[in-house]
Design a binder for this molecule. Structure first.
Ligand code: ATP
Ligand code: MG
Length: 417
């Protein structure tokens, strides 16, 4: 893509009311637009990142037999009343509205109830199980505080998955397999070493739920980590009883700020019992199915990546989710031959299947470089009179700042792998 065609422009400052580093940088670089507190639009650059994060999550969910679908954002009141979760005292993030034709609807903040209900149409016997379904949904939550940029939206993208099993053993095996799949996602995003499966409150069937907490100064959670044993405990459940259950001792834990990037719940048979989602088991007996739910904060992850990897110059994207792999920057100084050479390299890279943002704008070198630093594309290829005279390009790495001259014949090789 030619940067001269990109309608978004970088800006020197973020809106005054934006206090989070992630949203400030994402807005300044043109990835997102702030509609209001906690509500952000994804512009062309931001959408590319969002889609790449989704694709990584999708591949890992497909690998554990997840089937993708998409539920509705408008939800029925009656359904949530069955589980007493329509109640604002129980769920404090509902957005609700009234139908002109009469009756109330809710805006989906989660989808266990509608998915469980929908599944009644398809599940009648143990032979229909196991099943796992997932979606990427825009969740709407009336969060009280939305000061963490895209890390806490009132409108945000979540991947939520729901599993249905006929017996406890296959249910538990699936629950365990999601932990591994989640860690694959976080490893591919470059935060595997800083993300911990964490014992947390909110277990319905078991004592704990499991959160995936990533070390991040901007995170809203506090987690205790025992690196040697690989145990992490959310502050909410850090107490004598928990330590005893896990065979751990307080002194071994380090206290860190973290962001919850995912959360998985084992409902046992309780959720299906509440919803009336029942099947016939192998003995012909009627029973509620075993259910689990599994969330990943897709847009929160984008914020975490910005917070963790950005430097004083701007965003530094991990390659796996960068909007483009290469930022090709021409420094023509008004020389049309340099522009023609940069055009040639642009075609060469594009034809090799490399995703390139080509800064073909007629601007000073300093401006182009600072924009490039802000946008954070992993590799920069610079074409100038100097590099042309030498028969190649300068190739620089955004994360390390390392730069080197590369002869024309070696450019592609220097960018792949
Ligand atoms: P939190 O404690 O941060 O409010 P939660 O327990 O409400 O999270 P879940 O309902 O389990 O979160 O949602 C699954 C995942 O969605 C979370 O692990 C988190 O990564 C993400 N998430 C939750 N709320 C938000 C939000 N307001 N903005 C962005 N992502 C969110
Ligand atoms: Mg919440």
């Amino acid at each position: 893509m030619r940067q001269s065609q990109l309608f978004t422009k970088t800006r020197k400052t973020a809106p005054k009311d934006e206090v989070s580093k992630n949203a400030q940088l994402l807005i300044r670089a043109g990835f997102i637009h702030k509609e209001m507190a906690g509500v952000y639009a994804y512009l062309p650059l931001g959408l590319r990142v969002l889609e790449k994060v989704k694709q990584i999550v999708r591949e890992e969910m497909n690998a554990i037999a997840g089937q993708e679908l998409i539920m509705t954002a408008l939800q029925r009141k009656e359904l949530w009343e069955k589980t007493d979760r329509w109640n604002d005292e129980v769920v404090d993030v509902w957005f609700k509205s009234e139908l002109k034709a009469g009756g109330e609807v809710g805006f989906g903040w989660s989808h266990e109830e509608p998915i469980g209900e929908m599944m009644k149409n398809f599940l009648s016997s143990y032979k229909d199980l196991p099943v796992s379904v997932y979606q990427f949904q825009t969740k709407l939550r009336n969060e009280l505080r939305a000061k963490s940029g895209v890390m806490r939206g009132r409108e945000f993208v979540m991947k939520d998955m729901y599993s249905f099993a006929a017996d406890e053993a296959s249910h538990l095996a699936y629950y365990e397999s999601t932990k591994a799949a989640y860690m694959n996602v976080f490893r591919r995003l470059g935060i595997g070493d800083d993300t911990f499966v964490t014992f947390a409150a909110g277990g319905a069937f078991t004592k704990f739920s499991h959160e995936f907490q990533t070390i991040c100064d901007a995170g809203e959670d506090v987690t205790y980590i025992d690196r040697a044993k690989g145990i992490a405990i959310n502050e909410e459940v850090m107490n004598g009883e928990t330590l005893e259950r896990l065979g751990a001792v307080r002194e071994d834990f380090e206290k860190v700020s973290t962001a919850e990037v995912g959360n998985i719940f084992n409902f046992g048979q309780q959720k299906a019992e509440d919803l009336g989602l029942r099947i016939k088991n192998s003995d012909g007996q009627d029973m509620p199915v075993w259910m689990g739910s599994y969330g990943i904060g897709v847009t929160r992850l984008i914020g975490v990546l910005v917070e963790k990897f950005a430097d004083e110059k701007g965003i530094v994207w991990p390659r796996a989710v960068a909007p483009f792999t290469v930022h090709l920057v021409s420094i023509t100084g008004g020389n049309p031959d340099v522009a023609a050479e940069a055009d040639r390299v642009y075609s060469l890279l594009s034809e090799s299947g490399i995703e390139v943002l080509y800064d073909d704008r007629d601007l000073r070198a300093g401006e182009k470089f600072s924009d490039s630093d802000l946008i954070g594309i992993p590799k920069r290829v610079i074409i100038s009179e100097k590099t042309m005279a030498q028969g190649g390009a300068e190739v620089a790495d955004r994360a390390t700042g390392a730069a080197a001259f590369v002869p024309d014949s070696g450019i592609i090789e220097s960018l792949v792998g």
